[in-house]
Design a protein around this ligand. Structure first.
Ligand code: AMP
Length: 308
């Protein structure tokens, strides 16, 4: 039996022509932006796009300008053929998989080389922002990583004409930053958050999980378990215990065998610090840890732990 037809588009002209054609037929368009090495987390975003829009397109592009000089751009997993098969199975309509030179034709491979940068200030100064700050130019605002994300994502949003774009809550800060950028720039696209997809043992799916060996993989689910435990304590005991709770989570993570705890922090869903009258339901507990060669990221909504 003939499978679903997935259009594989490589050039800006091709994707523009495709979206123009869909628009002319009156179709709405949903877009999922990824760096490939697709797993069920990414595919759940495709499912959401298909459910809510007439056409679904996924962008597959390992964005060089969001990686730091010492990060894993070169060894980031690239599994294009398997990705295309998965997209066909999920009945995705098109994949936009451009070459690096198509998006950055002047040879830019680092955020500092960009002539036009998109910097969302404030939201990029917390959590992963300071840890992934490597710009050498233009003052102290922003974060090398997130500036690289927003600079590329805004360009993709100009290339892929879509009504809705879908983002995973696993990278909650990234979602919040893109939502803010879209609002600030007055773009006519809805930024839709989608729940984190997890392995049955709780580990959030991530393309970087392939870096874990068997022993590290056995430890990794403790990240989610500890975040949930902490979120439950905050749900039960209130914001006064935030400081003690984050310290306790960090200590437990090291005891489980994680090599490094970059941060464990609590913010509101708008990424503001908790103040005296902040309802606990608005809080999320965030963490980034290192184990072996992998940097793992996760977060839990306190609201999900209320009454559990
Ligand atoms: P990536 O290619 O890993 O940068 O991610 C592309 C998109 O997939 C982003 O919106 C991520 O937040 C989302 N994503 C990655 N992992 C998951 C997951 N486990 N559950 C839900 N969404 C995810």
């Amino acid at each position: 039996m003939e499978g679903h037809v997935l259009k594989v588009l490589r050039t800006i002209e091709e994707i523009r022509e495709q979206t123009r054609e869909w628009r002319a037929a009156g179709s709405s368009i949903g877009c999922v932006m990824t760096m490939g090495a697709l797993h069920e987390g990414h595919l759940s975003l495709v499912d959401a796009a298909r459910k809510e829009c007439d056409k679904a397109v996924l962008t597959l592009f390992v964005n060089p300008i969001q990686f730091g000089p010492a990060e894993d751009f070169a060894r980031y997993p690239r599994t294009e053929e398997a990705d295309f098969r998965a997209l066909r199975d999920r009945e995705c309509d098109a994949v936009f998989a451009p070459a690096t030179e198509t998006i950055f034709p002047s040879g830019e491979r680092h955020i500092d080389q960009m002539r036009t940068k998109v910097i969302v200030s404030g939201l990029t100064d917390v959590l992963c922002g300071p840890q992934r700050q490597w710009t050498t130019g233009s003052g102290t605002q922003g974060s090398g990583h997130f500036d690289g994300v927003t600079t590329e994502v805004l360009k993709m949003l100009h290339i892929v004409d879509c009504d809705r774009t879908y983002w995973g809550e696993k990278d909650y800060q990234q979602y919040a930053i893109i939502r803010a950028m879209v609002e600030d720039q007055g773009l006519q696209v809805a930024v839709v958050p989608c729940p984190t997809v997890r392995e049955t043992d709780g580990l959030a799916l991530s393309s970087r999980n392939t870096y874990l060996d068997e022993g590290q993989r056995a430890i990794a689910p403790q990240l989610y378990a500890e975040l949930r435990r902490g979120a439950r304590r905050i749900a039960e005991q209130g914001i006064d215990v935030i400081g003690e709770t984050t310290t306790q989570i960090a200590r437990s993570l090291l005891a489980h065998g994680f090599d490094l705890v970059e941060y464990v922090e609590v913010y509101t869903s708008a990424l503001r610090p908790a103040v005296a009258d902040t309802p606990v339901e608005e809080l999320r507990v965030f963490a980034a840890v290192h184990i072996g060669g992998a940097r793992l990221l996760d977060n839990v909504a306190v609201a999900d732990e209320v009454g559990r």
